[in-house]
Write a protein that binds this ligand. Structure first.
Ligand code: URA
Length: 196
């Protein structure tokens, strides 16, 4: 197994099923010092093909919400809990999440974002280390310790949830707008992290 010391994975064969199902490893993209770090679950078919997180239909929903919040994709860092596409887009298994956790941890440390936004239940539960009722908790900000460092996490729905249920779109957009507002990066004037 060959890996880099940093958050990027060059070659990894820890998860046999994912080695089988992936075309490539999908690392995080965006500025290495971004104030906002979005964390999804795992690459899907489009991401596996293009080698970039959130570039399919879910990515379009995310891009639109970012734009409406006054942000561009190029301003934020986007990554996933697991970097290889699971077969038939199933949820990553716990051992696969565990195998990839070190890479996400190193990425969080390296980027050192002002705010982490979890996209969906899997990254929310992973980072908070508890069960998350994502529909009810979307938009809430939680303080956690990751790798011994205090981090602020905003829970958000997965963009795909808004494709299955259009009525969730408002809650998704509100959470993204809140994230932009909290780091002073969107249409709001001031970072308001201290208020929470
Ligand atoms: N869903 C995710 O969780 N991550 C992606 O990169 C794409 C879809």
């Amino acid at each position: 197994m060959v890996e880099t010391e940093g958050p990027d994975v060059c070659a990894c064969e820890r998860c046999p099923a994912l080695v089988e199902s992936r075309s490539r490893i999908v690392n995080g993209t965006g500025p290495a010092d971004a104030g906002l770090l979005f964390v999804g679950e795992a690459p899907g078919a489009d991401e596996d093909e293009r080698g970039e997180p959130f570039v399919g239909r879910s990515g379009s929903v995310l891009d639109d919400a970012l734009r409406d919040a006054g942000l561009a994709r190029a301003d934020v860092r986007i990554t996933n809990c697991v970097r290889c596409r699971p077969p038939e887009n199933r949820d990553p298994h716990v051992d696969e999440l565990d195998n990839c956790a070190g890479f996400l941890g190193r990425e969080v440390e390296a980027v050192d974002p002002d705010l982490i936004v979890t996209l969906g239940k899997v990254p929310g539960e992973r980072l908070l280390d508890r069960s998350v009722a994502v529909t009810e908790e979307a938009g809430s900000v939680v303080d956690v310790r990751l790798g011994g460092t205090p981090r602020r996490v905003l829970l958000c729905l997965h963009p795909a949830a808004t494709l299955y249920d259009r009525s969730q779109r408002g809650a998704f957009e509100d959470a993204i707008a809140r994230a932009a507002d909290l780091v002073g990066a969107g249409s709001g004037d001031q970072a308001r992290l201290g208020d929470y």
